[in-house]
Design a protein around this ligand. Structure first.
Ligand code: ADP
Ligand code: MG
Ligand code: MG
Length: 199
Protein backbone atom coordinates (compact mmCIF):
# COMPACT_ATOMS: atom_id res chain seq x y z
CA UNK A 1 0.00 0.00 0.00
CA UNK A 2 1.06 3.57 -0.70
CA UNK A 3 0.78 6.08 2.15
CA UNK A 4 1.28 9.86 2.43
CA UNK A 5 5.02 9.26 2.97
CA UNK A 6 5.27 7.55 -0.39
CA UNK A 7 3.58 10.51 -2.09
CA UNK A 8 5.83 13.00 -0.28
CA UNK A 9 8.86 11.02 -1.44
CA UNK A 10 7.47 11.03 -4.98
CA UNK A 11 7.25 14.84 -4.93
CA UNK A 12 10.65 15.46 -3.29
CA UNK A 13 12.35 12.98 -5.64
CA UNK A 14 10.72 14.76 -8.59
CA UNK A 15 11.92 18.10 -7.19
CA UNK A 16 15.47 16.70 -7.04
CA UNK A 17 15.39 15.37 -10.59
CA UNK A 18 13.90 18.62 -11.91
CA UNK A 19 16.78 20.46 -10.17
CA UNK A 20 19.29 18.09 -11.76
CA UNK A 21 17.72 18.28 -15.24
CA UNK A 22 16.63 21.94 -15.23
CA UNK A 23 19.29 23.05 -17.70
CA UNK A 24 18.44 20.25 -20.09
CA UNK A 25 14.71 21.02 -19.90
CA UNK A 26 15.38 24.68 -20.61
CA UNK A 27 17.72 23.75 -23.48
CA UNK A 28 14.95 21.60 -25.01
CA UNK A 29 12.58 24.57 -24.68
CA UNK A 30 15.04 26.83 -26.52
CA UNK A 31 14.61 25.78 -30.20
CA UNK A 32 10.84 25.22 -29.98
CA UNK A 33 9.82 27.49 -27.10
CA UNK A 34 11.03 30.35 -24.92
CA UNK A 35 13.78 28.61 -22.96
CA UNK A 36 12.12 28.63 -19.57
CA UNK A 37 10.73 25.14 -18.98
CA UNK A 38 13.49 24.04 -16.61
CA UNK A 39 13.44 27.22 -14.56
CA UNK A 40 9.62 27.22 -14.48
CA UNK A 41 9.42 23.72 -13.06
CA UNK A 42 12.39 24.23 -10.77
CA UNK A 43 10.63 27.18 -9.13
CA UNK A 44 7.45 25.15 -8.79
CA UNK A 45 8.88 21.92 -7.44
CA UNK A 46 11.14 23.77 -5.01
CA UNK A 47 8.02 25.40 -3.59
CA UNK A 48 6.36 21.97 -3.43
CA UNK A 49 9.34 20.44 -1.62
CA UNK A 50 9.63 23.32 0.87
CA UNK A 51 5.93 23.37 1.71
CA UNK A 52 5.69 19.59 2.07
CA UNK A 53 8.52 19.82 4.58
CA UNK A 54 6.90 22.61 6.58
CA UNK A 55 3.28 21.45 6.44
CA UNK A 56 3.25 17.73 5.61
CA UNK A 57 -0.28 16.60 4.63
CA UNK A 58 -1.36 13.28 6.08
CA UNK A 59 -3.12 11.60 3.16
CA UNK A 60 -1.93 10.74 -0.38
CA UNK A 61 -4.71 12.85 -1.87
CA UNK A 62 -3.84 15.89 0.24
CA UNK A 63 -0.14 15.66 -0.73
CA UNK A 64 -1.01 15.82 -4.43
CA UNK A 65 -3.69 18.50 -4.06
CA UNK A 66 -1.25 20.70 -2.14
CA UNK A 67 1.50 20.09 -4.71
CA UNK A 68 -0.87 20.87 -7.57
CA UNK A 69 -2.02 24.12 -5.99
CA UNK A 70 1.58 25.23 -5.48
CA UNK A 71 2.49 24.45 -9.08
CA UNK A 72 -0.47 26.50 -10.30
CA UNK A 73 0.49 29.47 -8.12
CA UNK A 74 4.27 29.42 -8.74
CA UNK A 75 5.07 28.00 -12.18
CA UNK A 76 3.09 30.16 -14.58
CA UNK A 77 3.34 29.63 -18.33
CA UNK A 78 1.49 26.78 -19.99
CA UNK A 79 3.00 24.03 -17.89
CA UNK A 80 2.05 25.44 -14.44
CA UNK A 81 -1.73 25.13 -14.81
CA UNK A 82 -1.32 21.84 -16.72
CA UNK A 83 0.95 20.13 -14.15
CA UNK A 84 -1.06 21.71 -11.34
CA UNK A 85 -4.27 20.29 -12.77
CA UNK A 86 -2.63 16.90 -13.23
CA UNK A 87 -1.63 16.61 -9.57
CA UNK A 88 -4.68 18.32 -8.09
CA UNK A 89 -7.09 16.20 -10.06
CA UNK A 90 -5.16 13.00 -9.32
CA UNK A 91 -5.17 13.93 -5.62
CA UNK A 92 -8.89 14.62 -5.64
CA UNK A 93 -9.54 11.24 -7.25
CA UNK A 94 -7.64 9.56 -4.40
CA UNK A 95 -10.09 11.09 -1.93
CA UNK A 96 -9.49 10.94 1.82
CA UNK A 97 -7.90 7.48 2.00
CA UNK A 98 -4.87 7.14 4.29
CA UNK A 99 -3.42 4.45 2.02
CA UNK A 100 -4.10 3.58 -1.62
CA UNK A 101 -2.97 0.70 -3.79
CA UNK A 102 -1.26 0.80 -7.19
CA UNK A 103 -4.51 0.21 -9.02
CA UNK A 104 -6.17 3.18 -7.30
CA UNK A 105 -3.19 5.35 -8.15
CA UNK A 106 -3.37 4.26 -11.80
CA UNK A 107 -7.08 5.12 -11.95
CA UNK A 108 -6.56 8.47 -10.24
CA UNK A 109 -3.68 9.39 -12.52
CA UNK A 110 -5.88 8.51 -15.50
CA UNK A 111 -8.41 11.05 -14.20
CA UNK A 112 -5.59 13.59 -13.81
CA UNK A 113 -4.35 13.05 -17.36
CA UNK A 114 -7.91 13.33 -18.69
CA UNK A 115 -8.21 16.70 -16.91
CA UNK A 116 -4.97 17.88 -18.56
CA UNK A 117 -6.32 16.81 -21.94
CA UNK A 118 -9.51 18.71 -21.30
CA UNK A 119 -7.74 21.86 -20.10
CA UNK A 120 -5.08 21.99 -22.81
CA UNK A 121 -7.02 20.38 -25.63
CA UNK A 122 -4.02 18.26 -26.65
CA UNK A 123 -4.47 14.74 -28.02
CA UNK A 124 -1.80 12.05 -28.26
CA UNK A 125 0.56 12.88 -31.14
CA UNK A 126 0.30 16.67 -30.68
CA UNK A 127 3.87 16.78 -29.26
CA UNK A 128 3.09 17.68 -25.65
CA UNK A 129 3.36 16.21 -22.16
CA UNK A 130 0.32 14.09 -23.09
CA UNK A 131 2.61 11.96 -25.28
CA UNK A 132 4.53 10.82 -22.19
CA UNK A 133 1.62 10.76 -19.73
CA UNK A 134 -0.88 8.68 -21.71
CA UNK A 135 1.50 5.73 -22.36
CA UNK A 136 2.64 5.95 -18.73
CA UNK A 137 -0.90 5.65 -17.41
CA UNK A 138 -1.60 2.81 -19.84
CA UNK A 139 1.43 0.91 -18.50
CA UNK A 140 0.87 1.75 -14.84
CA UNK A 141 -1.37 -1.32 -14.40
CA UNK A 142 1.74 -3.47 -15.01
CA UNK A 143 4.35 -1.77 -12.83
CA UNK A 144 5.94 1.58 -11.98
CA UNK A 145 9.00 0.51 -14.00
CA UNK A 146 6.82 -0.20 -17.06
CA UNK A 147 5.21 3.24 -16.68
CA UNK A 148 8.62 4.90 -16.39
CA UNK A 149 9.87 3.17 -19.56
CA UNK A 150 6.66 4.00 -21.45
CA UNK A 151 6.89 7.69 -20.46
CA UNK A 152 10.54 7.88 -21.49
CA UNK A 153 9.79 6.22 -24.84
CA UNK A 154 6.82 8.55 -25.31
CA UNK A 155 9.01 11.59 -24.67
CA UNK A 156 11.69 10.44 -27.13
CA UNK A 157 8.97 9.67 -29.70
CA UNK A 158 7.89 13.35 -29.72
CA UNK A 159 11.04 14.30 -31.67
CA UNK A 160 9.71 13.63 -35.21
CA UNK A 161 6.24 15.03 -34.43
CA UNK A 162 4.79 18.34 -35.60
CA UNK A 163 3.66 20.41 -32.60
CA UNK A 164 -0.06 21.19 -32.59
CA UNK A 165 -0.40 22.81 -29.15
CA UNK A 166 1.49 25.37 -27.09
CA UNK A 167 4.30 27.68 -28.20
CA UNK A 168 6.03 25.03 -30.29
CA UNK A 169 2.97 24.93 -32.57
CA UNK A 170 3.75 28.51 -33.72
CA UNK A 171 6.79 27.05 -35.48
CA UNK A 172 4.79 24.66 -37.64
CA UNK A 173 7.12 22.36 -39.60
CA UNK A 174 10.15 23.81 -37.82
CA UNK A 175 9.01 22.12 -34.61
CA UNK A 176 9.89 18.76 -36.20
CA UNK A 177 13.16 17.19 -35.03
CA UNK A 178 13.12 18.45 -31.43
CA UNK A 179 12.08 16.53 -28.33
CA UNK A 180 9.23 18.18 -26.43
CA UNK A 181 10.35 19.66 -23.09
CA UNK A 182 7.03 18.99 -21.31
CA UNK A 183 6.99 15.34 -22.37
CA UNK A 184 10.57 15.11 -21.09
CA UNK A 185 9.69 16.55 -17.68
CA UNK A 186 6.62 14.30 -17.50
CA UNK A 187 8.94 11.31 -17.91
CA UNK A 188 10.92 12.61 -14.91
CA UNK A 189 7.73 12.83 -12.86
CA UNK A 190 6.77 9.24 -13.71
CA UNK A 191 10.31 7.98 -13.08
CA UNK A 192 9.95 9.43 -9.58
CA UNK A 193 7.36 6.74 -8.79
CA UNK A 194 9.95 4.00 -9.23
CA UNK A 195 12.45 5.80 -7.04
CA UNK A 196 9.84 6.57 -4.36
CA UNK A 197 8.86 2.89 -4.23
CA UNK A 198 12.50 1.81 -3.96
CA UNK A 199 13.30 4.16 -1.06
P1 ADP B 1 5.48 28.04 -21.85
O1 ADP B 1 5.30 27.39 -23.19
O2 ADP B 1 4.31 28.87 -21.44
O3 ADP B 1 6.79 28.76 -21.74
P2 ADP B 1 6.68 25.79 -20.45
O4 ADP B 1 7.88 26.07 -21.28
O5 ADP B 1 6.89 25.71 -18.99
O6 ADP B 1 5.52 26.84 -20.76
O7 ADP B 1 6.03 24.41 -20.90
C1 ADP B 1 6.01 24.00 -22.24
C2 ADP B 1 5.43 22.61 -22.33
O8 ADP B 1 4.05 22.61 -21.97
C3 ADP B 1 5.46 22.00 -23.72
O9 ADP B 1 6.69 21.38 -23.97
C4 ADP B 1 4.30 21.03 -23.72
O10 ADP B 1 4.70 19.74 -23.32
C5 ADP B 1 3.39 21.59 -22.67
N1 ADP B 1 2.19 22.16 -23.27
C6 ADP B 1 2.03 23.37 -23.82
N2 ADP B 1 0.77 23.57 -24.25
C7 ADP B 1 0.09 22.41 -23.95
C8 ADP B 1 -1.26 21.96 -24.11
N3 ADP B 1 -2.18 22.74 -24.67
N4 ADP B 1 -1.58 20.72 -23.66
C9 ADP B 1 -0.64 19.93 -23.08
N5 ADP B 1 0.64 20.30 -22.89
C10 ADP B 1 1.00 21.51 -23.32
MG1 MG C 1 8.59 27.72 -22.20
MG1 MG D 1 7.22 30.67 -20.95
Amino acid sequence: MLDADFFRRWMTITAASVDREAERLTALDSPIGDADHGSNLQRGFRAVRDTLEKEPPTTPGAVLVQAGRLLISTVGGASGPLYGTLLRRTGKALGEAVEVDERQLAEALRAGVDAVRQLGGAAPGDKTMIDALVPAVDALGDSFAAARDAAEEGAVATTPLLARKGRASYLGERSIGHQDPGATSSALLIAGLVAAAAD
